[in-house]
Design a binder for this molecule. Structure first.
Ligand code: GTB
Length: 216
């Protein structure tokens, strides 16, 4: 059965593939699973009909027959469990790849998202300028640790996995901040992810939505 995911009708990222449907698109492309996309507006996402799919009124969702999922990490995990290609067969290697999925979303992403949102949420507050370097230090701590662990390896633990997919997507959220340039092995790691044919197909599909949207 062809799954259907939801994505922004008009993504605020300007087609840079930073919204979280990109993770799901990439995972589906990696495993060769065709999918449909239902585009939703901001107002539609807050309607009761959409909240029945996603309690927090966000994208992405994933529908496959009777199954409805939300949370990009859970969706990528579901895809990785049902198809070959994103999780190793060996039980211990699989558990480690899943650990990297959690590390990407629970340990590396939170300070990046906090730094991203502080401008909108606290940009007019008196403490904003003092808080910025504190938040950037927290990101740098995590990147330093991740960079040390990756070293000169290609991927985080052996072959490319769903852990790498999520980690690359999380690091891409630093786009426009210049921080990643200080960690050449992480920049190269992100570039390796972006060079994968499945990534490119996913990126092209999401940017096509942006390009097709009428200009306001
Ligand atoms: N934890 C959830 C998940 O991983 O699925 C978070 C989902 C989420 O934050 N969705 C966002 C959303 O629907 C879009 S991706 N927001 C609308 C709302 O909450 O009302 C976050 C996002 C948005 C925009 C950019 N950008 O412009 O660069 C990047 C990322």
């Amino acid at each position: 059965m062809t799954p259907t995911i939801t994505a922004f009708e008009r993504s605020p990222d300007g087609g840079k593939g930073l919204a979280r449907d990109m993770r799901v698109r990439w995972a589906l492309e990696e495993v060769g699973q065709p999918y449909d996309v239902r585009l939703v507006s901001f107002s539609e996402m807050k309607e009761p009909a959409y909240r029945a799919l996603h309690p927090f009124g966000q994208i992405p969702t994933y529908e496959e027959g009777d199954l409805v999922l939300f949370e990009s990490g859970a969706i990528v995990f579901h895809i990785a469990e049902r198809h070959a290609g994103l999780l190793p067969d060996d039980a211990n290697a699989r558990a480690r790849a899943i650990t990297w999925m959690f590390a990407a979303l629970n340990t590396v992403e939170p300070p990046i998202v906090e730094r991203e949102q502080v401008r909108y949420v606290e940009g007019d507050k008196s403490w904003y300028k003092e808080r910025l370097p504190i938040l950037e230090d927290r990101i740098r701590n995590r990147l330093g640790e991740l960079s040390s662990r990756l070293g000169d390896a290609e991927w985080l633990d052996g072959a490319f996995s769903a852990g790498d997919l999520l980690m690359v997507m999380v690091l891409r959220r630093l786009d426009g901040m210049d921080i990643l340039d200080d960690y050449p092995n992480l920049s190269a790691y992100v570039a390796r992810g972006e060079a994968r044919p499945a990534y490119k197909r996913a990126f092209d599909a999401q940017v096509a939505v942006f390009n097709a949207a009428p200009t306001c």
